[in-house]
Design a protein around this ligand. Structure first.
Ligand SMILES: Cc1cc2nc3c(=O)[nH]c(=O)nc-3n(C[C@H](O)[C@H](O)[C@H](O)COP(=O)(O)OP(=O)(O)OC[C@H]3O[C@@H](n4cnc5c(N)ncnc54)[C@H](O)[C@@H]3O)c2cc1C
Length: 372
């Protein structure tokens, strides 16, 4: 018997889930709130780990295409102190494919491939246990029922309340993102400073991180500890006001480092929220979560990898299932909670050390990660 399966959210997790089901010849409704694939800027670059995101792409049959698009050189990492002194300069070996980078937009297009996504279908509520299955309500007033609804709708999931009362809380660290275009020709000195991958500068309770994307595009993240309403007296839509406020916050840092903020175009405020570290719930038949909807954690290189691996694993288990679909989902949840709990612990401790009163903590963390 064919099950009526829906996934809410067309991010890395939801699309990987749908792609693997599609590969196994199983239909799935992909319900995405955005009106079109390009309704929003796709975001920055993601590093996909060999045993996680890359494994998921392998299960989707997309590993060769990923290798052609990804940037192994993007694994390079340079660390400076606020005076501009280079403290570390790691470069990947010629065959190092452990964590290559890919632009989010490229990954999304790769995963979209043959999928028939239902764009502009924002979900407002999911009600399990109705006579005809799990009811999904949409923002346009329509509703539909399914046998299984997978919430892959990110941090502020509208599916999550069907299984859990948890809501994300603020970490105390916020991030303001800006970008530089065409950096190699327009800002060659910054291109040299950043190198092939990422540059990070750590001071007391603040950090500046610049990451190369493809095509000479660079994303810059100013991260700092601050109350959630730190911008109460600032108009976040006023580019020059935000720039001045950030330059004041990083006052005294070396001029070439501050140029990352001086040359940035627009500024986007992204306070970092997380779910409780070992978030889990009492199983609800017909509904589950994966990715950020299930285990939002600090953005330290694990979230998309986990979301994709979970999507691929759940889809494979469903494809292999000849009995009770609900048992498959229960087993998936147990595995997801255990693994995500470990990563949430690591990334939570990582954020404490990266944006810490003592910048030596950040360097020590990188030394540990690079030597492991
Ligand atoms: C600056 C930054 C850098 C990062 N770098 C990395 C990295 O290098 N490696 C890594 O592994 N992770 C990284 N992460 C984390 C990663 O971005 C997330 O963990 C990942 O995107 C989660 O994927 P997801 O599919 O669960 O959710 P999302 O990517 O959030 O996708 C959710 C989708 O659901 C849709 N949606 C939302 N609500 C609804 C609704 N009500 N109805 C229908 N659709 C809806 C959204 O439009 C979106 O398309 C980074 C995060 C940040 C902020």
């Amino acid at each position: 018997m064919r099950h009526r399966i829906a996934v809410v959210g067309g991010g890395p997790g939801g699309l990987t889930f749908a792609h693997v089901l599609h590969r196994h010849g199983l239909p799935v409704a992909v319900l995405e709130r955005d009106a079109t694939p390009d309704a929003r800027p796709p975001g920055g670059t993601l590093d996909l780990h060999a045993g996680m995101g890359q494994l998921a792409l392998d299960k989707a049959g997309l590993l060769t295409q990923f290798r052609a698009l990804s940037r192994p050189e993007g694994q390079a990492m340079r660390i400076l102190d606020p005076n501009g002194t280079v403290l570390r300069d790691w470069r990947p070996g010629p065959d190092d494919r452990a964590n290559p980078e890919i632009d989010r937009g490229q990954l999304r297009d790769l995963l979209l491939g043959p999928l028939d996504v239902q764009w502009g279908r924002g979900v407002t509520q999911v009600v399990p246990g109705t006579r005809d299955g799990v009811l999904v309500r949409f923002a346009d007033g329509r509703q539909e029922t399914f046998d299984l609804v997978v919430g892959a709708d990110g941090a502020w999931s509208r599916v999550r309340p069907a299984v859990s009362a948890a809501v994300p809380h603020y970490t105390g660290v916020t991030s303001v993102e800006t970008s530089l275009d065409d950096v190699d020709t327009r800002h060659p000195e910054l291109a040299r400073l950043i190198g092939d991958g990422a540059l990070a500068v750590y001071g007391a309770n603040r950090a500046l991180v610049a990451q190369r994307n493809s095509g000479g595009h660079v994303k810059v993240y100013a991260q700092f500890r601050a109350p959630l309403d730190w911008h109460a007296d600032l108009d976040l839509a006023d580019v020059e006001a935000v720039r001045s406020s950030l330059l004041a916050l990083f006052d005294g840092w070396a001029a070439p480092v501050l140029d990352l903020l001086r040359r940035g175009t627009t500024f986007v405020h992204r306070p970092l929220h997380v779910l409780p570290v070992s978030h889990c719930w009492t199983h609800v038949p017909g509904v589950t979560l994966l990715g950020d909807a299930a285990h939002l954690m600090p953005p330290l290189g694990a979230g998309a990898n986990l979301a994709m691996l979970e999507g691929a694993e759940l889809a494979e288990s469903i494809a292999d299932c000849s009995g009770d679909l609900d048992e498959v989902v229960r087993a998936f949840e147990e595995q997801m909670w255990a693994r995500a709990g470990r990563w949430a612990t690591i990334t939570t401790a990582g954020l404490e050390r990266l944006v810490s009163p003592d910048p030596a903590e950040a360097l020590a963390l990188f030394d540990q990660v690079q030597s492991s």
